[in-house]
Design a protein around this ligand. Structure first.
Ligand code: COA
Length: 259
């Protein structure tokens, strides 16, 4: 029933896989809508106690927003599309059950934002995580400027958002960006093992503990997300955004002018 994702359940476990491996699992607007439908299925199924989010293939968890679609994003759609992504990722964050991002390969841009909306993150050795939007002349728009500093601290988040350079799995672990790093071939087994531990704990205590810890970080998240979305939309109106995206699609180096 889905085109861009896979959704499967096995007892207490649900697995949502972004399934566009030929596009490095880049998330387009249709994928966001399918994710939201899968989340509704999670909520309707009382047997499901943990959700694992992952990407198909070996190369990427999710290598960002679909840059072809981003090419068309302007001031108005930039606001609408970031608000919708923020809403769906916040939906993941606010599920009563915990979620685990199982990250192999690239987790970039909206991919890292999606992983950060999950309750926990398990990375495969060799994974690389980053917010490269600045290289396209834009800023993150699906929670990156708000959830990254909450996870790793403001200084490290600032460096990642302003340089656009990714960190490897070992560094991500040191920074607290991922909870554990495992050999790539064991990624899903380890994520499922962690899921089984969570599923074995008392359901309500897990739900309430998750809610309470999240509350710690929620001070002004809504305000921060709104502001981020406006600034993202503004960056979508710049010349450098057109140039950055065109350069990627044309496989050449960008020539930024500061406009
Ligand atoms: N959106 C759309 N298509 C994407 C994509 C994205 N975010 N990321 C990768 N792809 C596509 C490539 O265009 C390419 O398609 P093609 O085979 O039709 O040319 C295919 O996926 C493979 O990517 P490629 O760049 O050839 O692989 P690589 O191993 O050399 O590099 C990355 C991998 C992830 C480093 C590189 O693809 C990249 O930088 N992607 C963009 C990341 C980004 O800026 N994301 C944030 C967007 S806001």
């Amino acid at each position: 029933m889905f085109q861009n994702i896979l959704y499967e359940t096995d007892g207490a476990l649900a697995v949502l896989t972004v399934n566009r491996p030929d596009k490095m699992n880049a998330v387009d607007n249709a994928t966001v809508e399918e994710m939201d439908q899968a989340l509704a299925a999670v909520e309707k199924d009382p047997a499901v106690r943990v959700l694992i989010l992952t990407g198909a293939g070996d190369k990427a968890f999710v290598a960002g927003a679909d840059i072809k679609e981003l090419n068309r994003r302007d001031l108005i759609s930039g606001r609408a599309e970031t608000r919708r992504r923020q809403e769906v990722y916040t939906h993941i964050e606010q599920l009563e059950i915990p979620s685990i991002a199982a990250i192999k390969g690239w987790a970039l841009g909206t991919g890292l934002e999606l992983a950060m909306a999950c309750t926990l993150r398990v990375a495969a050795e060799g994974a690389r995580l980053g917010q490269p939007e600045v290289k396209l002349g834009i800023i993150p728009g699906a929670g990156g400027t708000q959830r990254l500093p909450r996870l790793v601290g403001m200084g490290r988040a600032m460096e990642m958002v302003l340089t656009g350079e990714p960190v490897d799995a070992a560094r991500a672990y040191e920074m607290g960006l991922v909870n554990r790093v495992v050999p790539a071939e064991r990624l899903m087994d380890e994520a499922k093992k962690l899921a089984a531990v969570l599923a074995s704990r008392p359901k309500l205590a897990v739900q309430y503990g998750k809610e309470a810890v999240q509350r710690f970080a929620e001070g002004s998240l809504a305000e921060g997300l709104a502001h981020e979305s406006y600034l993202h939309a503004l960056s979508c109106g710049s010349e450098d955004k057109k140039e950055g995206v065109a350069a990627f699609l044309e496989k050449r180096k960008p020539n930024f002018t500061g406009k």
